[in-house]
Ligand binder design. Structure first.
Ligand code: CA
Ligand code: CA
Ligand code: CA
Length: 169
């Protein structure tokens, strides 16, 4: 298992090299976004094991069904059986000190501090309360703006995924 993981990540690196421009780009996230878009054949914003397998094939790499599924499972943080961009980025970047579980639980811990009791998202109101506790007084309007910057589905709240994205910047 360890071996195939290593093999997999080296295949990924090759894939990234092939797809990224050769000008030694500093913007790794942009490269990743390009790779992600390339792999996401049906453009639903998530990469399935099947899409993973197919994109490897077009690049002359072989990936078995099992390997593709293992690769997805390896980084499927929310357990929906597909890789969204953050999960994909994690898979490619690999471990940088913390395990996925550790990272996730750290982010979850922080997330819980920002949500009000009985809610499952960060709202402008709960953000304002948290900032007040931290000694920063902001208006609700300020908080609306802060949330907007990371509110990818534009529902006015920060879900865990959106918050995680913000934390990983
Ligand atoms: Ca897809
Ligand atoms: Ca997932
Ligand atoms: Ca949202």
């Amino acid at each position: 298992m360890k071996n195939s993981q290593r093999q997999l990540s080296s295949s990924f690196m090759k894939l990234c090299e092939k797809l990224s421009s050769d000008n030694n780009s500093e913007d790794k996230n942009r490269d990743l976004a390009a790779v992600f878009e390339y792999m996401d054949a049906n453009r639903d914003g998530r990469i399935s094991a099947e899409e993973l397998k197919r994109s490897f094939k077009t690049l002359g790499e072989q990936l078995s069904d099992d390997e593709a599924e293992a690769a997805v499972k390896l980084s499927d943080i929310d357990g929906d059986g597909m890789l969204d961009f953050e999960e994909f980025a994690q898979l490619i970047k690999g471990s940088d000190g913390f395990t996925e579980e550790e990272k996730k639980s750290k982010i979850m811990e922080a997330f819980r501090m920002y949500i009000a009791e009985g809610e499952d998202c960060i709202t402008p109101r709960s953000l304002k309360m948290m900032l007040m506790k931290l000694g920063e007084s902001r208006t609700t309007d300020d908080c609306v703006v802060m949330i907007k910057a990371f509110d990818r589905n534009a529902d006015g709240d920060l879900s865990f995924d959106e918050f995680a994205l913000m934390m990983m910047r």
